[in-house]
Design a protein around this ligand. Structure first.
Ligand code: ANZ
Ligand code: ZN
Length: 843
């Protein structure tokens, strides 16, 4: 018996597939149902593919191969997001032009993708650095510009002096440059912005960035991250008079219900109002010094929760709380941001953690006005598994010394009411004059009405999301298609002159100025309107612009007249399944959705969400359970794994490690096990002694059902388990049954499946076969009676499928009202499960 020679076999089939690109070809306008399966196109780094890429691309490869065999017309393209700072920095380091290093990296990536047997339709490849591609990136810029959605303005920006460029907020987290770890500074520069804020809420028939999330099948955590980034907050804005002056200070609050607890106010140090108040301020030198210091800090440093609160009182200034007519002190503090809300706040130390910390530091009055309350459910939720009391409401507090929940709650309320503890949740108003005994929610409503009646305030909605800063003072990006004429001013480059090509006579070493300025042939041009002397915009676009529309281009990647033909977009989009990492994609997803919404709003397309279903692959940790990193030396290189075990084994192992979306550690033993399984499958085909048996028919039908459903649900690990179970249990296999099995195996281990298929005497590729169907009569689930116990005592009986999982059994039992009553809302300490027999909750 010949041993399975994966090296030879994998090479052989990769060559065959390369010679038969029609196998993976997506056919425009085909009558079959279309499926668009998309990978987040990679940034081609010099390091090559990592195991995380392999994880997500294998998942989409399995789905794509499966769908094709189900008779679908599958679009499964791949491309490269090749502009960007890392390539430029690498070029600076190695003194090689980024076009060269990028090209090399792309070749490596493609070789590796072939080596892993990924079934891409390469005829649809897009590369964002290709002038034929970025021509359309520039076209999109002009589209936004012409529709008033791209504009230039002076802006405070994060600036890294080492990288000599502007950084987006998320590239400067914690005030540190993501690339070089240098301290980030704030700088005022003319920058280009896209008006993404125009699309936060619905616009005409286009759903907004918030509401659109309701329509898509995405992980809840990803939707939450989108909402969080947008940061919609509803509240009220009102003005407070400054005692002995005509000046007023306007504040924004989401907690108007706490207004009777305001014991001081705070204004952002750089707020223009501070300068206006100067004549009243008795300690101006001190205040000025504080303002100067605040300027040096980045926004992110200022709002950091852990940071100690600092500030300075504007001595001599008092503001009047319009509700109590009380005069209270005013502080300048850098934890209040100038560009959010009104740049000033009413401070309520009893009910806001930051204000509480500040009040303790400066010895200011803490005046409680909200009594914590918990409805029945919330009350019970506060008992955690250790028996401690946990009170939620903005703050989580453990209360170890309390005897029971009631006692803990009572003590907690006492502490809040006496001002010894901050409580940030809603409750019942107290110490609030006419508004006493109202709930927080009712009070907010009534207090806002009062402000409106008095004409000093109103309801407002604020968003954290700002317009998207898209200009970069860098070389390796798509040039912004604008020129500046001495006579005509800002002039958009006419569409017929696109692309504005990146010049290569550029010194891309960082100088602080955009490198494109150094190219004379690029920089100096004739004005397209008057023919006079003009200069080109020398900034390039953020690479997020390139990746905001690439999924349209795959539908029609060779079109030289449009970014993609309308009818092809209509046929292929939206994307049916999008798979990629969860980290760093908040902004990509937001920007891609924005572009789609712009196109929809302008009538180019008839959908307003680009990605119908989105899933993330989990991070693969090193064998030591730590994040893979060069310095740790725990990085697994896919090349090495393929050399030792083969591509099929690597693919299957990564899918078998656990649920796709879970974080999970590498495990060399695991891959050995997979390799053994594959070798066993090979042996069966070699033995060639086939029989028939009813037993196998049932098992086979069950296996078809399970593998089919699991692929549909992207549960590849359990699909593989079933494939293993089949091989273990099937005895006396017929040739026909084995062939069906090989088809089930083929999306996971495509090389071996092709080889076995060939050995079984077939001339065509196994991927030209139809996906097997199961006979429902043979997979009828056996129904059994399952007992539910609480602390070992029987409390209920349920008819369930014999194969019910622990998860499902628990869910079923817990959804039963009687069981719920028996559990008294307690979290079970332990659950004992015996498949098809019982569940026992220990409380
Ligand atoms: C009084 C108050 C009492 C507040 C209380 C909270 C709790 P979000 O949800 O982020 O919009 N705030 C308003 N403008 C601010 C600024 N420019 N810089 C820093 N903080 C600012 O938060 C709104 C709340 O954050 C507002 O509600 C305000 O504090 C503060 F028990 O007003 B609050
Ligand atoms: Zn001109």
């Amino acid at each position: 018996m010949a041993k399975y020679d994966f090296k030879k076999v994998e090479k052989k089939w990769q060559k065959y597939w390369a010679q038969h690109p029609e196998l993976w070809r997506a056919e425009d306008f085909d009558k079959r149902e279309k499926k668009y399966i998309l990978d987040m196109f990679p940034y081609p780094s010099a390091e090559g593919l990592h195991v995380g890429h392999v994880e997500s691309y294998t998942a989409t490869d399995i789905v794509s191969r499966y769908l094709r065999m189900c008779g679908k017309n599958v679009l499964r393209p791949q491309g490269f997001d090749a502009f960007g700072l890392p390539a430029e920095n690498f070029a600076i380091k190695t003194k090689t032009h980024p076009a060269i290093t990028t090209q090399k990296a792309i070749e490596t990536y493609k070789k590796q993708m072939d080596m892993l047997g990924f079934s891409y339709d390469w005829s649809r490849e897009v590369v964002s650095t290709d002038p034929e591609y970025y021509k359309w990136t520039q076209w999109f810029f002009l589209l936004l510009y012409k529709n008033g959605l791209a504009y230039k303005k002076k802006a405070k920006v994060n600036w890294c002096d080492n990288c000599q460029t502007v950084l987006a907020n998320e590239q400067a987290e914690g005030g540190i440059c993501e690339r070089c770890k240098n301290q980030v500074m704030q700088r005022d520069l003319e920058q280009w912005f896209f008006k993404i804020t125009d699309f936060i809420e619905d616009k005409g028939k286009t759903s907004g960035l918030i509401n659109g999330l309701e329509k898509v099948d995405w992980p809840d955590s990803t939707k939450a991250a989108q909402r969080n980034w947008i940061g919609k907050s509803e509240g009220a804005q009102f003005e407070m008079s400054v005692e002995g002056s005509d000046e007023k200070i306007e504040v924004f609050t989401t907690r108007l219900d706490t207004v009777f607890g305001m014991t001081y106010a705070i204004i952002a140090p750089e707020h223009p109002k501070v300068q206006k108040l100067k004549p009243l301020v008795q300690n101006w030198d001190e205040v000025q010094k504080y303002i100067d210091e605040a300027k040096k800090k980045s926004e992110l440093q200022r709002i950091s929760e852990t940071k100690e609160k600092t500030g300075v009182e504007l001595k001599g200034v008092k503001v009047i709380n319009p509700f109590t007519k009380e005069a209270i002190p005013l502080f300048a503090s850098d934890y209040v941001l100038a560009y959010y809300g009104t740049g000033a706040i009413m401070a309520v130390p009893a009910h806001d953690e930051r204000d509480f910390a500040f009040a303790e530091e400066y010895d200011l009055e803490i005046r409680p006005v909200i009594k914590p309350t918990f409805d029945g459910m919330a009350f019970k939720k506060i008992i955690d598994s250790t028996g401690k009391v946990k009170i939620s409401g903005g703050v989580i507090t453990y209360w170890p010394e309390s005897k029971n929940a009631e006692d803990g709650l009572k003590k907690f309320i006492e502490e809040v009411i006496s001002g010894n503890r901050c409580y940030a949740g809603d409750g019942i108003l107290t110490n609030s004059n006419d508004f006493n005994d109202l709930t927080s929610e009712d009070a907010r409503q009534k207090l806002t009405e009062w402000l409106e009646k008095e004409g000093i305030g109103r309801k407002v909605i604020n968003y954290k999301l700002r317009d998207w800063l898209v200009s970069r003072q860098r070389y390796w990006g798509a040039p912004i298609p604008i020129i500046y004429c001495e006579k005509c001013g800002e002039v958009p480059v006419p569409e017929k002159d696109l692309p504005v090509e990146l010049p290569d006579d550029v010194d891309f070493m960082p100088t602080g100025e955009s490198p494109l300025v150094s190219s004379k042939k690029f920089h100096n041009v004739k004005c397209s309107v008057c023919g006079g002397p003009a200069k080109r915009e020398s900034d390039t676009m953020d690479t997020f612009v390139c990746s905001s529309w690439y999924y349209f281009r795959y539908a029609d990647n060779k079109n030289s007249k449009e970014f993609a033909a309308k009818n092809k977009i209509k046929y292929w989009l939206p994307v049916d399944l999008y798979v990629g990492g969860a980290e760093h994609t908040v902004l990509h997803l937001l920007y891609a959705r924005f572009f789609t919404k712009v196109l929809h709003n302008l009538g180019y397309i008839d959908f307003d969400e680009p990605f119908t279903k989105l899933r993330h692959q989990g991070i693969i940790l090193g064998e030591d359970n730590e994040k893979m990193s060069k310095s740790r030396g725990n990085v697994i290189n896919p090349n090495d794994v393929v050399a030792e075990y083969g591509a099929d084994a690597l693919r299957m192992f990564e899918m078998f490690m656990g649920p796709l979306e879970d974080m999970k550690p590498w495990n060399t033993k695991g891959i050995v096990g997979i390799k053994r399984f594959l070798d066993r499958a090979w042996k069966i085909s070699e033995a060639g002694k086939f029989k028939d048996s009813d037993d196998v028919a049932i098992l086979l039908n069950k296996t078809i059902k399970k593998v089919t459903e699991d692929i549909e649900d992207l549960k590849f690990n359990t699909a593989i388990s079933q494939l293993m179970i089949f091989l273990n249990e099937a005895e006396g296999l017929s040739k026909d049954s084995f062939e069906k099995y090989v088809i089930l195996l083929s999306p996971f281990a495509p090389h071996m499946a092709e080889e076995i298929w060939n050995e079984l005497g077939h001339k065509k590729s196994v991927f030209a076969e139809k996906w097997p169907e199961y006979d429902p009569a043979l997979v009828k689930e056996e129904i059994v009676e399952m007992i539910v116990q609480i602390n070992g005592k029987m409390r209920g009986k349920f008819s369930v499928p014999a194969e019910i999982s622990e998860e499902e059994a628990k869910k079923l039992a817990l959804s039963d009202e009687k069981i719920k009553t028996w559990l008294e809302d307690k979290e079970p300490k332990k659950v004992i499960f015996e498949k098809g027999r019982l569940v026992n909750f220990v409380i």
